[in-house]
Design a protein around this ligand. Structure first.
Ligand code: TYD
Ligand code: MG
Length: 432
């Protein structure tokens, strides 16, 4: 526990007393406000740009959060470099690493940025002074937990420091129109360290997710004042930095083995983009009292529910079985449309029956074992067809006639989880 003493900032106090009361502040009719659609500063990295909603909005404050070592600094250094090549100087403030370390990283990335300025500094007053003198087109602060204002008594990373530093950057961004990106650390609980208010203050919050032992990283917007929050960008961490993954379905499915039991393909929609993923499941007899249920990349409560459905509605006896579910590639999926894929994977493992070849599972599963329709089925089916799938198990409720472009894929309409398993699983394999 650290005691935080907050002193009123002189600037805030004087601003308050200077508020005009003579009626010079007036509300405007919404209809009279003109808006030109908003210009965006293009970002030369498509996957990053997509998550932002199509480029950087001038004067916006973007927070990029993520676990340590996940690749935040790498990604932002790459974005800064690309940005500086096309849009003029970028100031990369590294409060965590020395300029030499940044140089080392840039060499690893094999980029020689001409217009990228690096500042190794933790004192916010100095940083702001440099920003004013250099007048860059983009500012990156890495990270907000390590910069400090000396007039505040508390340590860097404390609630008061993080809030006041962010507020200073915000004032600068709004006044100058220069976009600012800040890196935020993530705590063990998975939220950005420091006050929640940080997320309220900024215009956009992006999370870089993934498993640091896997190569794939997903950049996801959880808040975006200038665009939708459900677009994702997919990257691959390579020797030479983050590489954009243009075809995520292909990437996530490439290591799928032929016909092992316990693997099924689902088609969640990430924003406007369907991404095919492999769900793996393993069921084994419980050796200690309570059966274990573990989910990686999938919601554990949802898994408990699906296991209950398999138990009660499909008739699988999973009461004394440990159940492990894993979404391959480090992707995290939350959409109910993957329910059927999870059910199929668990069912497949438990019954020792591999999933039929080239079959994709799409559908939400309800508590009575019924299948529920999913949104934008066409797009998902289209992606499945593109990836070479020949059959799709889908809820009978959704889909009438297939549109012409979906001719190459057989649609198997089922109404319950049990029917889906019957239609989607092949005959048992004999394990040797
Ligand atoms: P980093 O960007 O420093 O993570 P963060 O800022 O989120 O803490 O990246 C850390 C990891 O990325 C590090 O373990 C090494 C790895 N890495 C690569 O695999 N390839 C590369 O080109 C670079 C620069 C880093
Ligand atoms: Mg870093």
């Amino acid at each position: 526990m650290v005691e935080t003493v907050e002193q009123p900032m002189p600037s805030t106090a004087s601003r308050r007393s200077a508020s005009p009361t003579d009626g010079s502040v007036q509300a405007t009719r919404l209809a009279d406000i003109s808006y030109d659609g908003g210009q965006r500063i293009p970002v030369a990295m498509d996957e990053f740009s997509r998550v932002l909603g199509g480029g950087l909005v001038p004067g916006s404050l973007v927070l990029v959060g993520g676990d340590p070592g996940i690749g935040k600094s790498t990604l932002l250094l790459q974005v800064s470099t690309l940005h500086s090549a096309t849009q003029g100087p970028v100031l990369y403030v590294s409060a965590e690493e020395s300029p030499q370390q940044i140089k080392l990283r840039a060499e690893r990335l094999k980029v020689v940025p001409d217009e990228l300025l690096v500042l190794g500094e933790t004192d916010m007053t100095q940083i702001l002074a440099q920003i004013e003198t250099l007048d860059p087109g983009l500012v990156v602060i890495d990270s907000i937990q390590t910069v400090f204002l000396s007039e505040l008594q508390s340590a860097a990373g404390s609630v008061a420091q993080v809030r006041e530093n962010t507020s200073r950057l915000m004032q600068f961004a709004k006044r100058s129109g220069v976009p600012v990106m800040i890196v935020g650390h993530v705590t063990k609980e998975g939220t950005i360290a420091g006050p929640r208010v940080l997320e309220h203050m900024v215009d956009a919050v992006l999370y870089l997710e993934g498993d640091r032992y896997h190569q794939y990283r997903v950049l996801r917007a959880v808040k975006n004042r200038f665009g939708s929050t459900d677009e994702v960008g997919v990257f691959e961490m390579t020797d030479g930095g983050m590489r954009e993954v243009v075809n995520p379905s292909q990437a996530f499915l490439q290591e799928r083995s032929g016909n092992a039991a316990g693997s099924a393909v689902a088609a969640p929609l990430e924003g406007s983009r369907p991404i095919l993923i492999e769900v793996q499941a393993l069921t084994t007899t419980t050796s200690y009292g309570n059966p274990r249920r573990t989910a990686t990349g999938f919601d554990l409560n949802r898994l408990h529910m699906l296991i209950a459905v398999l138990q009660q509605r499909v008739g699988y006896n999973l009461g004394a079985q440990d159940v492990f579910v894993n979404v391959v590639g480090g992707m995290r999926v939350a959409e109910p449309a993957v329910d059927l894929g999870v059910i199929a994977a668990i069912g497949s493992s438990h019954a020792g029956r591999p999933v039929e070849r080239d079959t994709v599972f799409i559908g939400e599963v309800g508590l009575s074992g019924e299948l529920r329709s999913v949104s934008q089925l066409d797009r998902r089916l289209n992606e499945a067809q593109k990836m070479g799938f020949k059959r799709a198990i889908i809820p009978s409720t959704t889909y009438r006639g297939p549109s012409d472009r979906l001719k190459g894929i057989e649609l198997v309409r089922v109404s319950t989880a049990r029917e889906a398993i019957d239609a989607g699983l092949a005959a048992p394999v004999r394990s040797s």
